[in-house]
Design a binder for this molecule. Structure first.
Ligand SMILES: [Zn+2]
Length: 261
């Protein structure tokens, strides 16, 4: 249904655009999208929501050609008189909108950014950040995959996260590589001061009834990746999934339960 209407409406688009759309759609579009959509206000494209002092979730709403709107979460962490951005908004122009909203609602400059894997809902706005001299970091594997998928490539590579279960300190946060799950290069972000775990797309929201976009997923390794995160961050009080409502460590259990069918 989605794919037919896309082709029907956008035949004039070039094939590269179509290809990129499908990469994003296949990678990120869960099957229960209709239910998730109904709760999104029609006018919203970006929401910024404070979850703890100095930590915000940013949510961008991507609109598919059939009108379906779907939310995607990233994180904003205050570091001194600046901000760390975790993941871009879902698209370059939405990322420009996000930066404007951060300026008006938080009023501090974004100094650095981390993208948590090479899918459009995480990485599509990298060029918009780098054009504003914001340093963007990712795994070397994410850089490589971004090139392969025609996505903008982060300038800076993160070292020390190659082995599943490894973590590195990055400013005020910790970055964690749980192993291949939703994507081979998915990383998580831990905010130790507030016990917040940004699980990204490897963690499913409580309302999710499927694993979501699994085009690049490793279904064999994914449960082990979740178990690694659970034992590493057993003190987490807030867990943020890549899409949908934030929760707590039960989201990790819920994600594991989705493998039982
Ligand atoms: Zn993804």
């Amino acid at each position: 249904m989605l794919q037919q209407s896309f082709f029907g409406q956008r035949m004039a688009f070039n094939w590269a655009t179509i290809f990129l759309f499908f990469i994003g759609a296949i990678a990120c579009h869960p099957s229960n999208v209709q239910a998730a959509e109904r709760s999104a206000p029609e006018s919203a494209t970006i929401d910024i929501h404070m979850v703890r002092p100095g930590v915000w979730v940013h949510t961008s709403y991507y609109t598919y050609p059939d009108g379906t709107r779907y939310p995607s979460n990233g994180l904003i962490v205050r570091e001194g008189n600046g901000l760390l951005l975790v993941d871009t908004a879902w698209g370059e122009s939405l990322t420009v909108t996000l930066l404007g909203r951060i300026k008006s609602e938080i009023g501090l400059p974004v100094r650095r950014a981390v993208v948590t894997h090479a899918h459009g809902d995480r990485i599509a706005g990298v060029d918009a950040l780098e054009a504003r001299r914001i340093e963007v970091y990712s795994l070397p594997l994410t850089q490589k995959r971004a090139i392969g998928e025609g996505m903008p490539v982060p300038d800076h590579a993160l070292a020390g996260l190659d082995i599943p279960g490894s973590s590195v300190k990055f400013g005020s946060v910790e970055l964690f590589y749980p192993g291949p799950a939703h994507a081979p290069d998915n990383i998580m972000v831990w905010v130790p001061s507030e016990h917040i775990l940004f699980g990204g797309c490897a963690v499913r929201a409580a309302a999710a009834t499927s694993l979501g976009g699994i085009a690049d997923a490793n279904r064999v390794e994914w449960p082990e990746a979740i178990r690694r995160a659970r034992s590493h961050y057993s003190e987490a009080t807030v867990v943020v999934p890549g899409h949908g409502a934030i929760g707590d460590l039960k989201l990790l259990d819920h994600t594991l339960s989705l493998f039982e069918d």
